[in-house]
Ligand binder design. Structure first.
Ligand code: NAP
Length: 267
């Protein structure tokens, strides 16, 4: 039997970090090497996620954990401010980074790729670990070749700061790679209430709905004479990202260099 992958988790006390701890403790192919978090240090990582004693105390000292815990992989869901340093430190100690934290610049990704190559290890930075969301983007781009009239509607909780969502922007970009820029609708159309037709992107519209009770959903609606096609993905909770995180942890063991984007792992 193959050796289990030893996983360290930074941001262990955060909403995503806790889901990762649960994943690692419950997956037969992985074991928890270390859990790092500033606010919950000292407590048992299993207790932190309601699974009972795991025998791993949460620490606030990432560097010591990377140097001593024998981790193969570091999974990081923290903040853009912390994640670059955490990733670089992991690479320095030969621990493969699997990063869900968003906000890396292309320059930072390039630097981290160099560092991974120097160390001869793999790394992954994935701003979206949802397999369903990635498939939605692919299917939408495929459909846009045949149905160039479309609108995107995305739904998120009312506390989300940015609009449209990063996933909606990425969907629009992927559609625009295969669909020639073309203005839709009536050329004399006028809004009587500002914003009623949504945000304009290469001739089509993106609508952002913000309401309490919603987690993350996206729909791409295509229209043609006599028919419509709707492609929709609904996320209900953070656990939905974990199959993607698991695949990332397994894949990163097998290549060298930093890969950006989880879609590279989906055929
Ligand atoms: P969260 O609940 O606020 O958790 C953030 C964690 O980071 C906490 O454990 C926090 O611990 C820690 N942290 C904050 N500042 C830190 C610092 N300077 N140094 C070290 N640790 C620090 O956030 P979340 O919802 O889990 O999201 C975390 C990140 O994942 C965000 O960037 C989010 O956009 C991203 N995300 C990505 C995906 C994806 O599919 N890739 C999905 C969801 C979310 P302390 O407060 O104790 O420091």
């Amino acid at each position: 039997m193959n050796r289990r992958i030893r996983v360290a988790v930074s941001g262990a006390g955060g909403r995503m970090g806790k889901e990762v701890i649960k994943l690692v403790l419950q997956d037969e192919g992985m074991e928890l090497a270390a859990a790092i978090d500033r606010s919950s240090h000292g407590v048992d990582a299993g207790g932190l996620v309601g699974l009972g004693e795991a025998g791993v105390r949460v620490t606030d000292d990432l560097e010591t954990a990377l140097a001593t815990a024998g981790a193969d992989v570091l999974v990081d869901f923290t903040t853009p401010q912390a994640a670059y340093t955490n990733t670089s430190l992991a690479i320095k100690y030969g621990v493969r980074p699997v990063i869900g934290t968003t906000g890396f610049t292309p320059e930072q990704i390039g630097e981290l790729d160099e560092q991974c190559k120097e160390q001869g290890i793999g790394g992954l930075i994935a701003p979206n670990f949802s397999i369903g969301a990635i498939l939605l983007m692919r299917f939408a781009a495929q459909a846009a070749k045949y149905f160039p009239h479309l609108e995107i509607i995305e739904y998120h909780g009312d506390q989300k700061l940015d609009a449209p969502s990063g996933t909606a922007v990425k969907t629009a970009e992927m559609i625009s790679e295969v669909r020639k820029e073309m203005k839709q609708g009536n050329p004399r159309e006028e809004e009587t209430i500002e914003g009623a037709r949504g945000g304009y992107y290469n001739g089509f519209r993106i609508h952002s709905v913000r309401l309490p009770g919603i987690f993350a959903q996206e729909e791409v609606v295509f229209g043609d004479y006599g028919q419509t096609l709707k492609i929709r993905h609904d996320s209900y909770e953070r656990a939905g990202y974990m199959p993607g995180v698991k695949l990332g942890i397994e894949k990163v063991m097998g290549y060298t260099g930093m890969i950006y984007g989880f879609d590279h792992f989906i055929d």
